[in-house]
Design a protein. Structure first.
Length: 197
């Protein structure tokens, strides 16, 4: 499996992204030394795509597949793309506050700690549907790992399309999110323009 090993804060700086969107509360105190040349239209579209891929931890081929699936769905392609990315199981685990970062959420899913509607799922890209119940396995709930995670994520705001019971490490997807409920700083229309060339 391909892994992006670029330091996270360095990548955030180059994309002009706040690390808080990745669940990281560190700040880089270095300034980015950027040439004062104007960025092209293609360059800004590419940056938006790279931002979305970096935030959700998706590589190029799966991201392209998400775009093609979003194009086939009813409604606006950009909004559909953001909804597909937001409904990934690893992202929902992160949003519920069961992981500090999306990378940690992906690892929790990979390690078979997650039940969706009582069934064990270990695929981070699994698409969540409205009404799904997501919980940590019973024998993992008492581990020190989750106590530490809840200490850090306890104050994090859970989106209104999710219902989180942090005491029992359980959450319910009330509805699929619309674009207004997705607080990711990505201009999805530029991604659509980039792929439709």
């Amino acid at each position: 499996m391909a892994i992006n090993r670029t330091p996270i804060l360095k990548r955030c700086r180059s994309l002009g992204l706040d690390p808080i969107y990745l669940g990281i509360d560190k700040k880089s105190n270095r300034e980015l030394k950027r040439a004062s040349r104007k960025i092209s239209e293609y360059g800004s579209q590419l940056r938006e795509k790279q931002k979305a891929k970096f935030i959700y931890g998706v590589l190029e081929k799966p991201f392209r597949n998400y775009y093609e699936k979003a194009e086939r769905m009813n409604g606006q392609t950009g909004e559909n793309l953001m909804r597909l990315l937001e409904c990934r199981l690893d992202n929902v685990v992160f949003r519920l506050g069961f992981a500090r970062t999306r990378k940690e959420a992906r690892q929790i899913v990979d390690h078979k700690h997650i039940l969706v509607n009582g069934k064990q799922i270990n695929i981070p890209s699994y698409q969540i549907k409205a009404g799904d119940v997501i919980e940590i396995k019973e024998n993992k709930k008492s581990s020190a790992r989750y106590a530490g995670i809840l200490e850090v994520t306890g104050g994090r705001l859970v989106p209104e399309w999710l219902d989180s019971d942090q005491e029992n490490l359980k959450g319910v997807v009330k509805e699929l999110p619309n674009r207004a409920a997705i607080d990711v700083p990505v201009d999805e229309m530029q991604i659509v323009e980039l792929y439709s060339k």
